[in-house]
Design a protein around this ligand. Structure first.
Ligand SMILES: Cc1cc2nc3c(=O)[nH]c(=O)nc-3n(C[C@H](O)[C@H](O)[C@H](O)COP(=O)(O)OP(=O)(O)OC[C@H]3O[C@@H](n4cnc5c(N)ncnc54)[C@H](O)[C@@H]3O)c2cc1C
Length: 527
């Protein structure tokens, strides 16, 4: 991918997307697939926002059944199937255990009814149906669960995207290979107008400090929890559409074998303990949030809430050793419902023609699970404005890297990796991150065997991945590489053991000065 805002200034686009989270990237992929001339700008790095701070589930959302949001659940379950089929390297089925305890808000009969409904809403699915469990069966599956008061439970299946950051990249790479132009570290600061018509945006290149005027027939605001701010660039008095709520997660040493659905005793909320990257991801919370999404962080009382509620059911879990505490901001469409967790997760596509800003379309709300379908709906609205009649093709089209399923890819990748002296864990890691594009990474090491070197002895990643991230995936800082191109940043040492090798290689490839190199190292070191 080439990052060239100066060249973008000289082009006339059909669609300029503001925001490179899962939704903006999905919009770019869908629109480029329909033959539109697409540009996308992201003020930080792709997936920097809410997308990288989620529970990483691809699900209908069992708990939305309680809100009678059957349409939302059905759509989520349909999208789960689409993702399992079209992004098989990134999305997989995951077994969930739901224990039921005496005194819980959910009684065994309620759980059974919910499970039956969940199965009915996903008829024809590829994942297995649910099974009700006795207390002994629950404990057999999850021996760490407290046995006192355990009434039974259920086993069911949902999806997990271990690395949604790479689902964003898969969309954006798919879009650029169909002609889209994209830039990270490019912030839309104001909108270009001709009369009332929105005809593009003034974009600040945050790496060079220069401003660029990008022209497009339609501008699509996909700025997630920042979407009200972007909409206010058209009308400073626009009323907020979003209710923003905060959710946090903890990464701790592994203490479950399956994903486990838990009910907090304090407020009856549902939260999860999910196997993730060899550890357990615990979350989430849901509280109103008024500040800038750029400043969001996990507060001690939120951490204490998750620790206390988890310890109640997993008394032996090692929750004293919190490796990461992440916080993110949900963008929910405002409704009259009072409680944060009762607000619908339904999205809204708003054409601002009715508010005096024709040419601007905003996308509010929406989950990772539904991003593809929501993007198709938003591009339909944009295509209508543009007078284009081509329909979305993304239901069937594989994501970039998802053209061949991992089980069919493994033999070839393993053989090529072994020829380079790589071990089996390294071949597996390449397949899981890149899918079919693992071949592109290996080709770099085949051309220059020095690039087959591990970045650090205790990790599978190799130097070729840094080169690939810079040349093909637009990584511009070590933090981009550690946190959003690979998951090295989520290692217990926050990727610090790999940082010197990564920063040095990136500095060489991007021609950094000594000061730039030092800034990069400081930025990637959370301590
Ligand atoms: C705690 C939590 C748990 C969740 N768990 C799940 C889950 O398990 N499954 C699921 O499906 N969903 C989940 N979600 C919801 C899901 O994460 C979000 O709905 C989704 O990631 C939103 O994507 P987005 O692209 O709209 O927003 P974002 O990912 O926030 O992307 C918006 C982007 O716009 C950029 N931007 C903002 N302003 C500008 C500007 N002026 N110029 C250029 N760029 C700009 C930002 O930098 C940002 O990267 C969860 C959310 C939270 C908070």
């Amino acid at each position: 991918m080439t990052r060239d805002l100066a060249a973008m200034e000289h082009r006339e686009y059909d669609l300029l997307v503001i925001g490179g989270g899962i939704l903006g990237c999905a919009v770019a992929r869908d629109a480029a697939g329909r033959g539109l001339r697409v540009a996308l700008v992201e003020k930080e790095d792709f997936a920097y926002g809410t997308t990288s701070r989620s529970t990483r589930l691809i699900h209908g959302g069992l708990r939305y059944l309680e809100l009678y949001d059957f349409g939302l659940v059905h759509e989520g379950l349909h999208e789960r199937e689409v993702l399992l089929r079209t992004a098989p390297h990134l999305v997989r089925g995951l077994p969930f255990v739901t224990p039921v305890y005496a005194g819980d808000r959910w009684r065994p009969g309620m759980v059974r009814a919910g499970m039956v409904l969940y199965d009915l809403l996903s008829l024809g699915k590829s994942l297995p149906s649910h099974r009700m469990l006795s207390p002994a069966q629950v404990r057999e599956l999850e021996p760490g669960l407290r046995s006192e008061g355990l009434l039974g439970g259920a086993l069911y299946y949902d999806g997990q995207v271990e690395f949604p950051e790479r689902l964003c990249l898969a969309s954006i790479l798919g879009a650029t290979r169909r002609g889209a132009d994209v830039a990270n570290y490019a912030a839309a600061r104001s909108l270009l107008r001709e009369g009332r018509q929105v005809v593009g945006a003034v974009v600040e290149d945050r790496l060079s400090g220069k401003e660029h005027r990008l022209r497009a027939r339609v501008v699509l605001n996909a700025a997630g929890p920042w979407a009200d701010e972007v909409a206010r660039l058209a009308d400073p008095r626009a009323r907020p559409v979003l209710r923003r709520t905060k959710g946090i997660h903890l990464v701790v040493p592994a203490f479950t074998r399956h994903a486990v659905v838990l009910l907090a005793r304090r407020d009856g909320r549902v939260f999860f303990a999910v196997p993730w990257a060899g550890r357990t991801l615990v979350g989430t919370t849901d509280t109103d949030y008024e500040c800038s999404p750029d400043l969001v962080r996990a507060e001690p009382e939120e951490v204490a809430y998750l620790v206390e509620e988890t310890r109640r059911v997993f008394p032996q879990a090692n929750l004293g050793q919190i490796q990461h505490a992440m916080a993110g901001v949900r963008a929910l469409v405002r409704s009259r419902r009072a409680a944060e967790s009762a607000v619908s997760r339904k999205h809204r596509v708003l054409d601002h023609a009715g508010d005096g800003a024709p040419g601007l379309i905003s996308l509010f709300g929406g989950k990772i699970t539904g991003a593809r379908a929501i993007a198709a709906e938003a591009v339909d609205v944009a295509a209508h404005r543009l007078g284009v009649r081509r329909a979305s093709t993304t239901t069937r089209e594989p994501y970039f890297g998802g053209e061949v399923p991992p089980e069919r890819l493994r033999p070839e990748v393993s053989a090529r990796a072994a020829a380079l002296g790589l071990e089996s864990d390294q071949a597996e890691a390449l397949v899981a991150l890149y899918g079919t594009a693992a071949g592109e990474v290996l080709a770099l090491a085949e051309a220059e065997p020095e690039l087959a070197r591990r970045l650090t002895p205790d990790r599978p990643e190799i130097l070729a991945q840094v080169h690939y991230a810079v040349h093909t995936e637009m990584a511009r800082t070590s933090a981009d590489f550690l946190w959003r191109r690979t998951g090295i940043g989520y290692a217990p040492d926050h990727g610090l053991s790999a940082l010197p090798a990564v920063s040095q290689a990136m500095g060489r490839l991007l021609g950094w000065s000594v000061e730039e190199q030092q800034r990069d190292l400081r930025r990637a070191d959370p301590s």
